[in-house]
Ligand binder design. Structure first.
Ligand SMILES: Cc1cc2nc3c(=O)[nH]c(=O)nc-3n(C[C@H](O)[C@H](O)[C@H](O)COP(=O)(O)OP(=O)(O)OC[C@H]3O[C@@H](n4cnc5c(N)ncnc54)[C@H](O)[C@@H]3O)c2cc1C
Length: 458
């Protein structure tokens, strides 16, 4: 086995701002992985693990290194529809998971805003959903996993093992997750009862979140970051209590093939014409104006509610020269002061987030974690080559504000954190602990990513 020039491919983060040319390997079986460690040693390269490449920044890219793409490892190894326990290979996606389990009344306990992520990638970043405040993160539903380390050995790690909490969220740096056993969530209907309403200020939005959090299964807010008051539209949802087997058929969950009469595959081309500050402000205003003042409840399929961002394939291309996603996590006591401050900072800086999504969170036991008892706001900033450096400088200013109030960040959404930033929110003791595990399980530092070096995790 050798590194052939024709295996060189360009890979990017989902935001299409960071790119890297690497030697891409796509094993069809787990057995094909271990020899790649010897190849890396012989060629003096490192290995960057990659799932579906849905992290926004540089989490699964590394220039001139081996890119180990695990997307073809998609076997369902065991599925028990009685207990809802499923064992899969790491390339199985959230889409494949729900499609396999829904008909027998099971749904993934946690899903992100897109179904096109692999379980290996989702656990390496420890994803959260719109139910994080209630259900926790995906890692909290894993019963055990197999880890293949660069010495070629595979160990099964259960939740009780100390290493477990560092692999979940460990950014693919301690070993390769080659098998996952997950507890699915029992449902009786493929539909949710969804309630929508608008709020006119940050104070009203956060108060509403606090009021309903104990009663709802899912909760999410869209915030108009161009509006000085903080106009928002909130959606919350509960699993439908009725039994409705027809809605649990895969065919009942399909997303519409057309949106506003346009074939959805081509919609991103049209969206390009309205991806500019003036049009986004107008569209935000229309979205807010059309939202109900009083709570309005309707039924929606699990897929339609969960994967709004999958309605338009390739929507990220509407940004032309890419975008940075920047998700800040704030302690609940600070949110009412700091969110409006961040909104004001971005308006006065000239950079404004075209999309901003608010969620409620709770702490978790993982070593490299973004989780806290509070809120997050995920913001999409378009990148223009001429102002990219100024945008990054602005995001560093916001980072300082977030860190000063005890906030955190999420590596899956990051492109700008500096070593001192993650040292500030994780603490040196935690970083030392993680690096100690890294020396033990990967002493030659074979597993690396651009992100891990940038933020000083390795
Ligand atoms: C439209 C959209 C919406 C999103 N919404 C959310 C959301 O609501 N909540 C949320 O939490 N995230 C969200 N994300 C982020 C996404 O869930 C994470 O970035 C996730 O990690 C992507 O999985 P992936 O398979 O694409 O992995 P990649 O992005 O390819 O890799 C992620 C990390 O996993 C490592 N890795 C990959 N496979 C393995 C393996 N088998 N073993 C060990 N390490 C591995 C990689 O080295 C990398 O560090 C969203 C992303 C998009 C594009």
């Amino acid at each position: 086995m050798s590194l052939e020039p024709d295996s060189i491919r360009r890979v990017s983060g989902f935001g299409e701002v960071q790119w890297a040319d690497g030697y891409v390997f796509q094993p069809e079986t787990i057995a094909e992985i271990a020899p790649l460690f010897d190849l890396a040693r012989a060629e003096k390269r490192t290995i960057c693990l990659r799932g579906a490449g849905r992290s926004y920044g540089d989490a699964s890219i590394d220039p001139e290194q081996i890119i180990l793409d695990l997307c073809n490892l998609i076997l369902v190894l065991q599925w028990d529809p009685e207990s809802g326990v499923i064992t899969v290979e790491p390339g199985v996606t959230i889409q494949q998971l729900w499609q396999r389990c829904l008909q027998t009344g099971w749904w993934p306990p946690v899903v992100p805003g897109t179904m096109h992520v692999t379980l290996g990638g989702a656990l390496a970043m420890n994803i959260h959903g719109k139910n994080h405040f209630r259900a926790g993160s995906l890692g909290q539903h894993v019963l055990s996993l197999d880890l293949l380390t660069p010495d070629g050995k595979t160990q099964t790690i259960s939740r009780e093992d100390e290493l477990f909490n560092s692999i979940i969220g460990g950014a693919g740096l301690l070993g390769i997750i080659t098998k996952v056993t997950l507890q699915m969530h029992k449902i009786t209907s493929g539909e949710l009862d969804v309630t929508a309403l608008k709020t006119v200020s940050w104070a009203e939005t956060l108060a509403y979140f606090d009021r309903v959090a104990a009663e709802v299964d899912y909760l999410v807010g869209w915030v108009d970051m161009s509006n000085p008051k903080g106009h928002a539209v909130i959606h919350h949802a509960n699993y439908s209590p009725e039994s409705h087997p027809a809605s649990m058929q895969t065919s009942a969950q399909e997303l519409p093939p057309k949106i506003f009469g346009f074939p959805k595959a081509q919609l991103w081309r049209i969206m390009r014409f309205v991806t500019n500050p003036v049009a986004v402000k107008v569209l935000n205003g229309i979205k807010f104006a059309l939202a109900p003042k009083q709570p309005k409840t309707f039924r929606q399929s699990l897929v339609a509610f969960s994967f709004l961002l999958d309605y338009v394939p390739n929507w990220q291309k509407c940004y032309r020269t890419g975008f940075l996603q920047f998700q800040v996590f704030l302690p609940k006591e600070e949110a009412l002061e700091i969110f409006p401050l961040i909104a004001e900072m971005q308006r006065s800086s000239g950079f404004f987030a075209y999309l901003a999504v608010l969620k409620r969170h709770r702490p978790d036991p993982f070593t490299i974690t973004w989780a806290l008892d509070g809120y997050s706001l995920a913001m999409d900033f378009p990148v223009h080559p001429a102002s990219k450096d100024a945008l990054i400088a602005f995001l560093h200013e916001v980072t300082d504000v977030v860190l000063a109030c005890g906030g955190r960040f999420y590596l899956a959404k990051d492109s700008t954190l500096r070593p001192e930033d993650i040292q500030s929110y994780l603490g040196q003791e935690t970083i030392d602990k993680f690096q100690g595990l890294k020396s033990k399980h990967d002493p030659e530092n074979l597993l690396q990513t651009q992100l891990a070096r940038r933020v000083g995790l390795i």
